[in-house]
Ligand binder design. Structure first.
Ligand code: MN
Length: 197
């Protein structure tokens, strides 16, 4: 079987929801392009409210500012720069469409899964970004255009997807997962990546 010559284009969408009664959300998401690679990050500032939001904002600014470095290196740098914040759980992924690989690094109570022919789940390594990390082990995962990547904070119950979910529009999927899996007891965040052109 020859590889599909069409380079998949990541399509990303996310949903966040603030803890009832708070105005600042501690769960944040971001994604951006660096050359041919797409980066995506989901972060859960510890607790909720303005201090959680501040920690999450700090992490996003730090990881976006380290062009050329691997996801694991970026989280390690963020860890050292965030000691004055209350800290955060986070997952940072780099998607390389031509190589069809996802490089992930995750710390703390963040979960991710690549829903593929065989679902691959990855949890955050124990720890908190900002509280001192042990060396992070990056994970490189191959993907196909039919797969879907979902990252979520502990504001959502564990996500499982039907095989045909990959056909869904990621925006719709993120909104549906928020509605079906989001807890009322925390900030919530979910990020979905589809690869079908
Ligand atoms: Mn949380």
């Amino acid at each position: 079987m020859s590889p599909d010559p069409v380079i998949p284009i990541p399509r990303i969408a996310a949903a966040t929801r603030v803890y009832p009664g708070e105005t600042a959300c501690g769960d944040l998401v971001a994604w951006w392009q660096e050359g041919d690679a797409t980066f995506a990050c989901i972060v859960d500032g510890l607790g909720h409210g303005p201090d959680a939001h501040h920690a999450a904002r700090s992490l996003l600014a730090l990881v976006e500012g380290q062009v050329g470095l691997e996801p694991a290196q970026r989280l390690a740098t963020a860890d050292r720069a965030m000691r004055h914040t209350r800290g955060a759980a986070a997952a940072l992924v780099r998607i390389d469409p031509a190589a069809r690989t996802i490089t992930t690094a995750a710390v703390g109570n963040i979960q991710g899964a690549l829903f593929a022919a065989r679902t691959l789940r990855f949890d955050g390594m124990p720890g908190i970004v900002g509280a001192g990390l042990r060396p992070l082990k990056p994970l490189v995962v191959p993907f196909t255009a039919a797969d879907i990547l979902v990252l979520w904070t502990d504001g959502l119950r564990p996500v499982d997807l039907e095989p045909d979910a990959a056909r869904a529009d990621p925006e719709r999927l993120a909104a549906d997962l928020m509605a079906s899996h989001g807890r009322q007891s925390d900030d919530c965040g979910v990020l979905c990546v589809a690869f079908r052109a």
